[in-house]
Write a protein that binds this ligand. Structure first.
Ligand code: IPM
Ligand code: MG
Length: 367
């Protein structure tokens, strides 16, 4: 049997630094758990633009379509801010999402016990928090037509279109219900049905899908109220399903509840491939962090936990994913902190590589 293939796209900024730590973890699974992957690497974002004049080369796109899973670091940086919209680093990421049809974006927001003090909210509001946001990722206002900046009379008009088909809502709703079934069986759907027709349809379709999941308690919330409830008492939620733009906002909000963006992974999943695995891309929620690039300060945990999600959702290795998550938890419980997690008295930061090495030691200790 051939090994499953992993395409690694480290990208820009701290992407390559955190990905180097993930490579250690991947190697560990090959050496110690007999779980070897065929790993290859390629460029995305600004790095691809510098090499090829495009944020995602067609060859890279083709390799991503073939891979059993794609692991991405981060894209973007100030160097590319002035570039034309069509070649900005972010377009590389958006093209991967769209052409791989990765419609379900899973963004867990989990508060590690050791880090509950880092949240800007009171400890009892966030301690033990474990929610999952399912964001629709390939449609809505991110991709809707018409779009652009046009001339009308003597002024310019900026246009984007929020558009959802029934089937687009149906499939992401199903993913969210399936996840809820494996968790606490609570799903909250968020839209703006009070002002948007796309929200009215969203609510109707989610309600129809719910009939097939009688064991899941479904609720609906307007997205603005959802934002308020997420900051007021986030533990009322289990799984949240929402559209592309609301999901972008709400997942950043949820991420910050946990104290640090440097901790949160994500999975973007599409339809099953011929081998039964879903098309999949895994990436940390944080960005390229140009301000700390190259200084050994970046926290590799979000990227490492993204690989844990790959083990769970692409490779059916839930136990090994849990092993990795527990290793991360153990390292944090010991008091190791990268620079994004400082504030406790007398704690000296560890570097990106030291954090990665500590996770490997904790993995060793788990055997
Ligand atoms: C995210 C990011 C992206 C998005 C950007 C980088 C295009 O904010 O993954 O949440 O808006 O989707
Ligand atoms: Mg975002």
């Amino acid at each position: 049997m051939t090994n499953p293939s992993l395409l690694i796209l480290p990208g820009d900024g701290i992407g390559p630094e955190v990905m180097a730590e993930v490579r250690k973890v991947i190697d560990w699974y090959g050496a110690r758990r007999d779980l070897a992957f065929d790993v290859s690497e390629d460029l995305v974002g600004g790095a691809a633009y510098d090499a090829h004049g495009t944020p995602l080369h067609d060859d890279t796109m083709a390799r991503a379509q073939e891979a059993d899973a794609v692991l991405l670091g981060a894209v973007g940086g100030p160097k590319y801010d002035a570039l034309d919209f069509s070649v900005k680093p972010e377009r590389g990421l958006l093209r991967l999402r769209k052409e791989m049809d990765l419609f379900a974006n899973l963004r867990p927001a989990q508060c590690f016990d050791a880090l509950a003090d880092f949240s800007s909210l009171k400890k009892d509001v966030v301690a033990g928090l474990d929610i999952m946001i399912v964001r629709e990722l390939t449609s809505g206002v991110y991709f809707g037509e018409p779009r652009g900046i046009i001339e009308e009379g003597n002024e310019r008009v900026g246009i984007n279109t929020q558009r959802y088909t029934e089937s687009e809502i149906d499939r992401v709703a199903r993913s969210a219900f399936e996840l809820a079934m494996r968790r606490d069986r609570k799903l909250c759907s968020m839209e703006k049905a009070n002002v948007m027709e796309s929200g009215v349809l969203w609510r109707e379709v989610v309600t129809e899908v719910a009939r097939e999941y009688p064991d899941v308690a479904l609720s609906h919330m307007y997205a603005d109220a959802g934002a308020m409830q997420l900051t007021r008492w986030p533990k009322q939620f289990d799984v949240i399903v929402t559209d592309n733009l609301f999901g972008d906002l709400l997942s950043d909000l949820a991420a910050m509840l946990t104290g640090s963006l440097g901790m949160l992974p994500s999975a973007s999943l599409g339809a099953p491939m011929a081998n039964g695995r879903p098309k999949a891309l895994y990436e940390p929620v944080h960005g390229s962090a140009p301000d700390i690039t190259g200084q050994g300060k970046a926290n590799p945990i979000a990227c490492i936990l993204s690989f844990a999600m790959a083990l769970r959702y692409s490779f059916d290795q839930g136990d090994e994913a849990t092993r990795l998550e527990k290793a991360v938890e153990a390292v944090l419980a010991k008091g190791l902190r990268t620079a994004d997690l400082l504030g406790e008295e007398g704690v000296q930061p560890v570097s990106t590589t030291e954090m990665g090495d500590a996770v490997i030691s904790a993995l060793d200790a788990s055997l």
